[in-house]
Design a protein around this ligand. Sequence first.
Ligand SMILES: Cc1cc2nc3c(=O)[nH]c(=O)nc-3n(C[C@H](O)[C@H](O)[C@H](O)COP(=O)(O)OP(=O)(O)OC[C@H]3O[C@@H](n4cnc5c(N)ncnc54)[C@H](O)[C@@H]3O)c2cc1C
Length: 427
Amino acid sequence: MPHTSYPSSYYAASANPVPARPELQGEVETDVCVIGAGYTGLSTALFLLENGFKVTVLEAAKVGFGASGRNGGQIVNSYSRDIDVIERSVGAKQAKLLGDMAFEGGRIIRERIAKYNIQCDLKDGGVFAALSTKQMGHLESQKKLWERFGHTQLELMDAKRIREVVGTDSYVGGMLDMSGGHIHPLNLALGEAAAVESLGGVIHEQSPAVKIDRGANPVVHTPKGRVKAKFIVVAGNAYLGGLVPELASKSMPCGTQVITTEPLSADLAKSLLPTDYCVEDCNYLLDYYRLTGDNRLIFGGGVVYGARDPSNIEAIIRPKMLKVFPQLKDVKIDFAWTGNFLLTLSRLPQVGRIGDNIYYSQGCSGHGVTYTHLAGKLLAEVLRGQAERFDAFATLPHYPFPGGRMFQVPFSAIGAWYYTMRDKLGI
Ligand SMILES: Cc1cc2nc3c(=O)[nH]c(=O)nc-3n(C[C@H](O)[C@H](O)[C@H](O)COP(=O)(O)OP(=O)(O)OC[C@H]3O[C@@H](n4cnc5c(N)ncnc54)[C@H](O)[C@@H]3O)c2cc1C
């Protein structure tokens, strides 16, 4: 089987050193077999191990190979859907449970970093930047909504105040969340993997789950081995493929791209983001950016179909970066890469169980850095017999993409075009 390595990215180039993890060979027995070593799988494994479970993690490539090792590194709390919209769909009681959990993922990440001494360049502070008065109005109502659920740390910023934290005239205002922030995402995943192993968990890389025997005694097969487990947690997200066919029709992998500049001088870096917060704008197809630990600007934007090679990615994302920061026109781009996240029609996570012993969480459609850490806690809770918070997600309604699998990509491209027009027209 070919060895699958990290894509060429700034994160892979600046990853903390890690041990090689062996491919699974032969048969093992465990309490829980976790499929996928991204944040969902690692967070689940860590919470389970802390609660006395025996855990084996199977990773098709390497720890953090998927979105968890490629993302913008932004710790953005809450969900990809407003809580009042969720409330109208599921009622006040379930919305209260979900609303109460909306800022928990960011807390879990900070607890993990502190408890396991993970070196991943954590910085506090995330900005939601408004490009229009309409978007500013939306932020004002979002702040009021979150305050209803006890999340009172958000600060609205007018045009003058946001100019103090983002060196551009692009925004009419914004909202600052000091419980948001940013991290080196791959180093967070690698640190969590080391924590899993420090508690006796086993991680096999280059070990894709290729088949699951379902039933009372489930078995997960890899090309050279088998894992017998009491429970299986499916955490392969956008990279899962067809392993669990019933999950595929209600979610769709989407590509998004990121570029990284050469290291900037301290003065230039400070002129862009004087307080070192991360920023995402309020467009549906949003731009997001932040400084790295070594003063590069990482900039991601939109959902781009078909962009695959780095020069193509730079051609698409660089103009977006220069629109916000024209002062970077002579700066070189050192890295460009792509990654997949998983979209659902409702933009809410797809969570649930299949039979008595297979559990899954995927498809958070953005804001996944925080949600996936919460998901790990919820999956561990439900395996310990506490289902209430897990079920608040598991009972959210999900619908297949119109046209089925075959038409998912064109449908979504049309959707992306529609929302781009909405963003452009400010409606
Ligand atoms: C470019 C990019 C930028 C993003 N920026 C942000 C951001 O700034 N903030 C934010 O909140 N969110 C962001 N996201 C989303 C966020 O990264 C994801 O939601 C989150 O990392 C998903 O974690 P996961 O563990 O569920 O999936 P992944 O990290 O994709 O992990 C899944 C893992 O499962 C493995 N796998 C799949 N199938 C199998 C199998 N059959 N057997 C074994 N292993 C398997 C894969 O190899 C992979 O390692 C971004 C995503 C991308 C792609």
